[in-house]
Design a protein around this ligand. Structure first.
Ligand SMILES: *Cc1c(COP(=O)(O)O)cnc(C)c1O
Length: 496
């Protein structure tokens, strides 16, 4: 029997997994959620003997039930291959009494690769399954990381094209270079003369434009989204929580059945939600520690039950967590509301109209599995410096937020449960902030000089992703005004 997915805002909408992946978002604006969370069908003793790819199959087959074994295995093999710089895919490293799960060994050295390496294959398989004859055009606005990970994931994937809009003067030099040097006949990149919000708004308008949709169809195209609310991104993230537990068991670090904690640096709430689902599948996770930066809307929510986005947006050194609306939190709210779509929809409506909602006392009970806290900029930098000085291991800024919050948790609770800290980016991706945290005198050096210096002091080889852009030539030079985004799309697709 197929596991069906329903909308968090309308109980009457039910789709298969492949339909949910194709659609991304439900027509009512809700997110697709599995009607029940399946439990693992193999023992941890057996999982401990498996490779990342084998575990991925054991997990994903339970969620994507309308994919055949052959289809799913083909997607997994195409995704988790030599694009990753280690056959372990997600190494587990023990440093200073905590386990770091390194999710940054893919093509763009950030954890978004874990899901965006496989999403293109899930999407094209889903398209075939549902007799979609059109070519799929992925349309994305990015503030930096997602754009490159999506470009790398979709590059040269048959039956797809990908178009990325980024704010011309709103991303870091390394992030821009990563995007404009992207190879692949089917990749298109444009810098807009505006900010990220304008890029995002422009993309949303094109998705909603029925006339444009019709014109696309006439040319054999249809839009789709690689956004983190797509279950095709969420499900692959559940895999590494099963993998880390099996891995710790295989190494003899834990006993079978022993509980662990996980600490997750959080922005859009996708990663930690995957941990929450893994827990429901049977992974013995005690506490879900949710780490925020100075944009601490989730910390406030966990401590008060009130979600309030009406506040100043702070630019931090962990930009991928600079977010005031954590989209995936809606899936948790829906569950806390007893899977009541109408109740959840009312909260989400309030969020749009007032920027705030407050959950009931009874719903707050369900939050006791979570612990939320945050780290400010000084604490984040101090964590990078002190761990480096003590052990030689260098954290990126996002992971440092998590490590700092974990220390606060330990100090407050004395909890000695073994803990996994989810490491979401390579320090080489945020070299300047990382090196300045270690020694402010690095400020005068250029970005690639700093990468060389980081390689030297950490003894870690400079990732291929950095070496490649050092010398790569710029292949995308399109710029456009905000009002010309649609024309740019049409030009990319030769629709004129
Ligand atoms: C996207 C991102 C995050 C936040 O993950 P969510 O799933 O959005 O909570 C954390 N760290 C890095 C490096 C990221 O790119």
């Amino acid at each position: 029997m197929n596991l069906m997915y329903s909308s968090t805002r309308d109980a009457n909408i039910k789709v298969t997994a492949s339909e949910a992946i194709l659609k991304g978002l439900s027509d009512d604006g809700g997110l697709f959620v599995p009607e029940q969370i399946p439990t693992l069908s193999v023992s941890f003793a057996a999982l401990a003997q498996m490779s990342y790819q084998e575990i991925a199959y054991e997990v994903m087959k339970l969620f994507l039930t309308d994919f055949t074994e052959q289809e799913l295995k083909a997607c997994i093999q195409a995704a988790y291959d030599s694009k990753f710089d280690t056959t372990q895919i997600a190494p587990i490293v023990c440093v200073d009494g905590a386990y770091y799960l390194e999710l940054f060994h893919g093509a763009t050295i950030a954890f978004k690769d874990m899901a965006l390496s496989i999403l293109p294959h899930l999407l094209t398989t889903a398209a075939k399954k549902n007799q979609v004859a059109n070519e799929i055009v992925i349309l994305t606005a990015t503030s930096g990381d997602t754009g490159k990970a999506a470009l790398a994931g979709f590059a040269d994937v048959e039956g797809t094209k990908i178009i990325v809009f980024y704010p011309k003067n709103g991303v870091s030099p390394i992030q821009e270079k990563q995007m404009v040097t992207q190879k692949g006949e089917n990749t298109f990149v444009a810098g807009i003369h505006g900010n990220f919000d304008q890029a995002q708004t422009g993309v949303k308008q094109m998705f909603a434009d029925k006339q444009l949709g019709k014109e696309l169809a006439e040319h054999g195209y249809q839009f789709s989204s690689a956004n983190s609310i797509n279950i095709g991104r969420l499900v692959p993230q559940i895999v590494y929580y099963v993998y880390v537990y099996a891995g710790l068991l295989a190494k003899g670090e834990i006993q079978d059945g022993e509980s662990i904690n996980v600490t997750v640096p959080t922005g859009n709430f996708g990663n930690i939600l995957a941990a929450y689902y893994a827990r429901q599948m049977g992974v013995p996770i005690a506490k879900l520690i949710c780490a925020s930066n100075e944009n601490k809307v989730l910390y406030d929510f966990f401590t008060t039950g009130r979600y309030d986005k009406n506040r100043e947006f702070v630019l931090t050194s962990s930009p991928s967590m600079d977010i005031l609306i954590s989209s995936n939190l809606e899936r948790l709210i829906y569950r806390l509301a007893g899977n009541d779509a109408a109740r959840n929809a009312a909260y989400m409506k309030q969020l749009v109209s007032d920027g705030v909602y407050e959950i009931s006392e009874e719903m707050r009970e369900g939050l006791k599995d979570f612990y939320g806290n945050y780290a400010n900029e000084a604490e984040t930098a101090e964590t990078i410096k002190s761990l480096y000085e003590k052990t030689g291991y260098v954290l990126d800024t996002h992971t440092a937020v998590a490590a700092s919050v974990y220390r606060k948790y330990q100090n407050q609770t004395g909890d000695q449960t073994k803990t996994v800290i989810v490491s979401t980016a390579s320090p080489f991706k945020f070299t300047r902030s990382v090196m300045l945290a270690i020694d402010p005198s690095y400020g005068s050096k250029g970005d690639f000089e700093l990468a060389d210096e980081l390689g030297r002091i950490s003894g870690v080889q400079i990732p291929k992703a950095i070496e490649e852009i050092r010398t790569a030539s710029v292949v995308h030079q399109t710029e456009c005004d905000v009002s010309k985004m649609e024309d740019t799309v049409k030009a990319f697709l030769n629709m004129k």
